[in-house]
Ligand binder design. Structure first.
Ligand SMILES: [Ca+2]
Ligand SMILES: [Ca+2]
Length: 160
């Protein structure tokens, strides 16, 4: 009983007293536990995923939520007028978008209105500059720039 109480106190302190930050290799951008590489080179979806695998064993970006999406869009705006592959495909079932790295069905998406539906020759997704980087479905063999994500190195720092 006493041990349980001690554990609770320690856990509360851990979440309150320690902050975590992410470190990445040179050229990679850290954010919330991940590292991102914006690689400017006109590349097909498959070649883009291969490029990521060869660099830090990363994968095409997997965007989990609005916070990650918004962070990435800020960066895309700075890099101006480029399309970026994201690791999302609907190759198995039309209109059912799955993340390429773990085959999970996407719960958060940011498709431009009219995109992301059942278009059977457009099975890959890119962020589109003309719609402020909302997502559009395109033919996987078109060539756009590459956005890779890998797990960052987490460091803890104790506050106070
Ligand atoms: Ca992610
Ligand atoms: Ca499709």
């Amino acid at each position: 009983m006493w041990n349980n109480r001690v554990c609770i106190a320690v856990c509360v302190c851990l979440s309150g007293c320690v902050s975590y930050y992410t470190t990445c290799k040179d050229g990679w951008l850290p954010f919330r536990g991940s590292c991102y590489l914006f690689h400017v080179e006109a590349t097909t979806f498959t070649a883009a995923e291969q490029y990521c695998r060869q660099h830090e064993n990363s994968h095409l970006v997997h965007i989990d939520d609005a916070i990650e999406n918004s962070f990435l869009k800020d960066r895309m705006r700075l890099l101006k007028d480029r399309y970026w592959w994201i690791g999302l495909r609907d190759e198995d079932i039309e209109g059912v978008w799955k993340w390429f790295d773990n085959d999970e069905i996407a719960t958060f998406t940011d498709f431009k209105p009219g995109d992301g539906g059942p278009h059977d020759i457009e099975d890959c997704a890119t962020a589109e500059p003309g719609s402020d980087y909302r997502w559009v479905d395109v033919d996987c063999s078109v060539t756009v720039d590459v956005l890779c994500e890998t797990r960052g190195h987490e460091e803890a720092s104790v506050i106070g």
